[in-house]
Design a protein around this ligand. Structure first.
Ligand SMILES: [Zn+2]
Length: 57
């Protein structure tokens, strides 16, 4: 899809993470990061169902 941004890949301590470009939460799972980004863009808010899977690095 044109105009759809994908979650950004982040490499930290040799591990790969995916960042939601809207809320900057990080995920180990690309699907979750993309889901988060989709949700954030659509509702301009985070879904706690999704962000509870976010990780702290
Ligand atoms: Zn998000």
């Amino acid at each position: 899809m044109l105009g759809t941004r994908m979650a950004t890949k982040i490499i930290k301590d040799r591990k790969l993470y995916f960042r939601c470009d809207e809320c900057s939460f990080l995920y180990e799972n690309k699907n979750l990061a993309e889901k988060c980004e989709e949700y954030c863009k659509k509702y301009h808010a985070c879904s706690t169902e999704i962000t509870k899977h976010a990780i702290d690095i």
